[in-house]
Design a protein around this ligand. Structure first.
Ligand code: SF4
Length: 377
């Protein structure tokens, strides 16, 4: 572990590099805790380039914690629609409500209070409090852990309990106390841009002289590869019913679906958002979907319409590889289903839907000859 003059030089080199080469990102132009917090939550499972338009749209609709706290959850999810991992949005709003109720609308200043909020763990609390308030808390996420492990040539699974705690101790010791926010961002930036998982660019690295992994030729071997969870293949069929006026029907998110149509675990798989009637299918997707629709949507009556297959949609969520076979059925009258929402097929993104549902809707709108309107903006 670095100490004394070597540690001083290490810090100086990294901060100078960060000052010169950092990417210009919207959340780096502010110290406002709400904006830093929002960016940290969005970036948890989303790439920077994909997060930027969502970040800007979200802030123009909810410019303050209070505005977010007061909004209907449906509206928050609609703005998040397409980013995935929707529990992030739900927790964000729950936390905003707690901040308004307990902290006068201002993001709390202590680690304890920050971590008591939904969706905020050790990493997120350290990032927000250091960047917004200059608190001396070192962040440790995947990027920083990789940098620290390489600096000290720590092998093995970095997420193993003892190893992670050791990495946190080293990150704490490296932290530069005068500008901890810049320091944390510099460590993260190094991991995101040069000290990448594959092919780290050691020749451009501002701290290569201090790196044990580089000296030992181990940079690419650290961290050890983790055993990958096997992919689970899921095949679904979705039914896009349309009536003569181009209206379709979406079923509600699973919580509300209890009173509506129960299609087992499928709504949860599709996401906890509004969705077309969808079931898991075997080899006879069309037949199975028709039987489901007649029994569960049409109350035992025949579905008097051809099921027209649309282009299949593929979607990957963590370890799940989902293929959806969508079918379009033009009916005279949409069935009455408790809790369902009826709207024009090209306008389905008026409600909170997942990317998967959006892709199916786009296929259906194209088939019925209508433009698909993405109303998230
Ligand atoms: Fe990472 Fe290479 Fe820099 Fe070491 S020298 S910190 S491995 S980029």
């Amino acid at each position: 572990m670095l100490t004394g003059p070597a540690l001083t030089r290490f810090r100086k080199n990294l901060l100078a590099w960060f000052a010169q080469f950092q990417r210009d990102l919207p959340w780096r132009r502010t110290r406002e805790p709400y904006r830093i917090w929002l960016s940290e939550i969005m970036l948890q499972q989303t790439r920077v380039a994909a997060a930027i338009p969502y970040y800007e749209r979200f802030l123009s609709r909810f410019p303050t914690v209070k505005a977010l706290a007061e909004a209907p959850e449906e509206e928050v999810l609609r703005l998040w629609s397409g980013l995935g991992y929707y529990s992030r949005a739900r927790n964000l709003q729950k936390a905003a409500r707690a901040i308004v109720a307990k902290h006068g609308g201002e993001f709390p200043r202590t680690e304890e209070d920050a971590r008591a909020l939904p969706g905020i763990g050790a990493y997120t609390a350290a990032a927000i409090l250091s960047i917004a308030y200059g608190e001396k808390l070192a962040v440790l996420d995947g990027n920083v852990a990789r940098v620290v492990a390489r600096l000290d040539a720590i092998r093995g699974d970095l997420r193993a309990n003892g190893t992670w705690a050791k990495l946190q101790n080293t990150a704490n010791a490296l932290l530069e106390g005068k500008s901890p926010g810049d320091w944390n961002q510099a460590m993260m930036e190094l991991g995101a841009t040069l000290c990448t998982p594959r092919a780290p660019q050691c020749l451009l690295c501002p701290v290569s002289a201090f790196c044990e992994a580089r000296k030992k030729g181990l940079a690419e071997e650290i961290p050890a590869k983790r055993a990958k969870r096997g992919t689970v293949v899921i095949t679904l069929a979705a039914l896009v019913l349309t009536d003569a006026s181009g209206k379709t029907m979406l079923l509600p998110p699973p919580k509300a679906a209890k009173k509506s149509v129960d299609a087992g675990d499928v709504p949860t798989l599709v996401s906890k958002m509004w969705h077309f009637p969808t079931i898991a299918v075997g080899k006879r997707a069309e037949e199975e979907l028709r039987a489901f629709a007649e029994q569960r949507l049409f109350g035992g009556r025949k579905l008097a319409a051809e099921l027209v297959p649309l282009k299949q949609v593929r979607h990957a969520v963590t370890y799940r590889a989902i293929t959806v076979f969508p079918f379009l059925a033009r009916v005279v009258k949409l069935p009455k289903v408790t809790g369902a929402r009826v709207l024009l097929v090209e306008n389905i993104s008026e409600v909170a839907i997942s990317n998967l549902t959006r892709k199916v809707g786009q296929e259906a709108a194209t088939r019925v000859g209508l433009p698909f309107i993405d109303t998230r903006a």
